[in-house]
Ligand binder design. Structure first.
Ligand code: NAD
Length: 248
C-alpha cells in the first residue's frame, strides 16, 4: 500500500518498540519519517538507515518531548527539511510504577511530563503547520490501562486517560481545519517497556486476552497507518483499541 505517499511524519519514541514499528510502517506506506528519540540517537539512526536502505526517506532526531525547547527544535528541523508536517504520532512514553500510597511525586511528575505534557507540546507545535495546510493527522498512543485503570500505575493511567481527553479536545478544536486527532490504545505488547514485568503478571494479563496471544508492535503500527491514511478521513476524536479483545 502506498497510502502515505509524499506525506511527512514525526514519530516520537521511534527508536524502538512500538514507535520503531510505526516508523517502518509509515515509511513503507510512502511517508517521509522523522524518527525521534530522547537519548539513544544511535538507535534512531539505525531505524532511519533501515528505512532508507529499503528506498524510504527518514531522519533521526534527538528530542526530549517533555522539553519545550527540544520540541521547538525538533519541529523546526523537520519543517526546514521537508517544508510541512502531515502526521504526528505521539508515541513516546515511560512507566514508573508504584501503588498509589507509595508513588513518589517525582515519579508522578516524570510520567505525566513525558506521556501527557510531551504530547501536548508536540501537538501545539504541529497545529500551526497543519492549520496552514488545512490538513493533518494527530495520533496519540494511549493504553488500555487509560480506559480501565490499573493497580500500581496511578501516574501512568492518569497520563494515558488524560491523553484521551486531550485528543478529543484537539479533535473538536481542529476539525474545521480538516485536522483529525485520534487515539490508539494498545493492550499487552511485549517490548522493552514490558519486559521487566514479572512472568506471573504477564501470564495473568494473557488470561484476559480473548485472542490468547500478546500483540505485536506491528499490530499497533497497522492501526496508526490506517488512522493516518485517507481511509480514515471521516474519523476523529476516537479511541481505537488494539488489544486482542482485552477490554471489551
Ligand atoms: P519502549 O519503552 O520500548 O519505547 C518507548 C519509547 O519512548 C523509546 O523510544 C524512548 O526513547 C521514548 N521516550 C521515552 N522518554 C522520552 C522522552 N522524554 N522524549 C522522547 N522520547 C522518549 O515502550 P513501547 O512499549 O514501545 O511503548 C510505546 C508507547 O506505547 C508508549 O507510549 C507506551 O506507554 C504505549 N503502550 C505500550 C504498551 C505495551 O504493552 N508495550 C501498552 C500500552 C501502551
Amino acid at each position: 500500500m502506498n497510502r502515505l505517499k509524499d506525506k511527512t511524519a514525526i514519530v516520537t519514541g521511534g527508536s524502538r518498540g512500538i514507535g520503531e514499528a510505526i516508523a517502518h510502517r509509515l515509511a513503507d506506506e510512502g511517508a517521509r519519517v522523522a524518527v525521534c528519540a530522547s537519548r539513544s540517537l544511535d538507535r534512531a539512526q539505525a531505524v532511519a538507515e533501515a528505512i532508507e536502505s529499503r528506498g524510504g526517506s527518514a531522519l533521526a532526531l534527538q528530542a526530549d518531548v517533555s522539553s519545550a525547547t527540544d520540541v521547538g527544535e525538533l519541529f523546526k528541523t523537520v519543517l526546514d527539511r521537508w517544508g510541512g508536517l502531515d502526521i504526528l504520532v505521539n508515541n513516546a512514553g515511560i512507566a514508573r510504577d508504584g501503588l498509589l500510597m507509595r508513588l513518589k511525586p517525582g515519579d508522578w511528575d516524570a510520567v505525566l511530563d513525558v506521556n501527557l505534557k510531551g504530547a501536548f507540546l508536540c501537538m501545539q507545535a504541529a497545529v500551526r503547520p497543519m492549520m496552514r495546510a488545512r490538513s493533518g493527522r494527530i495520533i496519540n498512543i494511549s493504553s488500555v490501562t487509560g480506559l480501565m485503570g490499573n493497580p500500581g500505575q496511578a501516574g501512568y493511567t492518569a497520563a494515558k486517560s488524560g491523553l484521551i481527553g486531550l485528543t478529543k479536545t484537539a479533535a473538536k478544536e481542529l476539525a474545521s481545519r480538516e485536522i483529525t486527532a485520534n487515539v490508539v490504545a494498545p493492550g499487552y505488547i511485549p517490548t522493552e517497556m514490558t519486559e521487566k514485568l514479572p512472568e506471573q503478571l504477564k501470564e495473568k494479563i494473557l488470561e484476559q486476552v480473548p485472542l490468547g496471544t500478546p500483540g505485536k508492535p506491528e499490530d499497533i503500527a497497522a492501526a496508526v497507518a490506517f488512522l493516518a491514511s485517507c481511509d480514515a478521513a471521516y474519523i476523529t476524536g476516537q479511541v481505537l483499541v488494539v488489544d486482542g479483545g482485552m477490554v471489551m
